[in-house]
Design a protein around this ligand. Structure first.
Ligand SMILES: Cc1cc2nc3c(=O)[nH]c(=O)nc-3n(C[C@H](O)[C@H](O)[C@H](O)COP(=O)(O)O)c2cc1C
Length: 369
């Protein structure tokens, strides 16, 4: 059976060999924004997973914009050098494109890493003041952010551009603006977090589009440029799928190549309706209403489900996060299921089921190796 999942797709000037994307995943393991050996191993092994694109985790454009002390950043020369080392390593093990997501946490900054509680940093944990469109905390127990001045807004636009320039120098193939999950760009977009009375409140897309325009100007056309967008705040008075379409169309007008359609994360009282492929209808809605390439994400973990989503025209690509943590060989196994031959790293070629005489499905014991 021919699998659309394994057909190439082009984003800007970058061709992905297949439609499977490793979703960006924070590792909360950096040192003052800089990658280290954890990222070297983590991204190195995902680089030869066979995915058409590996997205590097949300990487923050300022030190204060980090979610946690362990988040990656691209705000210093050391950050840039540490990331260049990791990307160079990925290039030695795979030819597949690698992208990076850049963002700013806004009012969701200065929090504990998940395994320490995911709460706002306490007085003994080196917290820092946070910024947001309006002085509204994410929840009662989180930091109340300072309302950003016009000057701080413009400085943040410049910080996005500076990080995009660092990402370009490092050599990433794809750049993605994080404007979902309740982080700064999303905070400006949603009426639940943006209560400003100035032009940035009257026109809630203004800040995000200012960043998008500035990044478009700096990011080469021959590479891929996209954004992660939110299609549902899952809370009364918040953004919904139509807002995602409006925003996606604006990004298209600015010359973006794709959007990844996600949802949630803006307010602590959100009530998400989660289940297999739960965000796929949002991706489909955006795809039907703009010309951007669309990536779906969210509880897509089964190869048949992923294949159907693309074959039925609901999305152009699928991204997966937890499925890759659980099974970094997801792509290899999906390829075998659909009878597609992938280039395995030669060192691992003997893992392929058809490399074992006698059985296509059962992996024999190590005898005779
Ligand atoms: C460990 C972990 C870290 C994540 N970090 C990010 C991130 O850096 N940026 C982002 O946009 N989403 C992040 N997410 C969300 C995922 O990219 C994805 O959208 C979400 O997990 C739903 O997909 P899944 O059901 O395939 O896991 C993270 C998810 C996990 C599990």
């Amino acid at each position: 059976m021919p699998a659309t999942l394994f057909t190439p797709i082009t984003l800007g000037g970058v061709t992905l060999p297949n439609r499977i994307v490793v979703s960006p995943m924070c590792q909360y393991s950096a040192d003052d924004g800089s990658m280290n050996d954890w990222h070297f191993v983590h991204l190195g092994h995902l680089a030869y997973s066979g995915a058409g694109l590996v997205m590097v985790e949300a990487t923050h454009v300022t030190r204060e914009g980090r979610i946690t002390h362990g988040c990656t950043g691209l705000y210093s020369d050391h950050n840039e050098a540490s990331m260049a080392r990791v990307l160079a390593h990925c290039r030695t093990v795979s030819k597949n494109p690698v992208g990076i997501q850049i963002g700013h946490a806004g009012r969701k900054a200065s929090t504990q890493v998940p395994w320490e509680g995911r709460e706002a940093l306490g007085p003994g944990e080196s917290p820092w003041p946070t910024l947001a469109p309006s002085p509204l905390p994410f929840s009662e127990t989180w930091h109340t952010p300072k309302e950003m001045s016009k000057e701080e807004i413009l400085q943040t636009v410049d910080a996005f551009v500076a990080s995009a320039e660092r990402a370009r120098r490092i050599g990433f193939d794809v750049l993605e603006l994080h404007s979902a999950h309740g982080y700064l760009l999303h905070q400006f977009l949603s009426p639940l977090s943006n209560r400003r009375s100035d032009e940035y409140g009257k026109e809630r897309m203004k800040f995000a589009l200012q960043v998008a325009r500035a990044v478009r100007e700096t990011w080469p056309k021959e590479r891929g440029l996209g954004a992660r967008i939110s299609a549902n705040d899952w809370a009364e008075g918040g953004l919904g799928p139509d807002d995602a379409v409006t925003y996606a169309r604006e990004l298209e007008r600015l010359g973006f190549d794709y959007v990844c359609v996600s949802s949630g994360g803006l307010v602590s009282h959100a009530k998400l309706n989660v289940g297999p492929g739960y965000q796929l209808p949002f991706a489909e809605r955006v795809k039907k209403n703009c010309k951007l390439k669309v990536r779906a994400v969210g509880m897509i973990a089964d190869p048949d489900q992923a294949e159907a989503a693309i074959a039925e025209g609901k999305t152009d690509m699928v991204a997966m996060a937890r499925a890759f943590l659980d099974n970094p060989r997801w792509v290899w196994h999906a390829a075998e299921r659909f009878g597609v031959k992938l280039d395995y790293p030669p060192q691992y070629a003997r893992a392929r089921h058809d490399a074992w005489p006698g059985s296509k499905l059962a992996r024999p014991s190590a005898k005779g190796s």
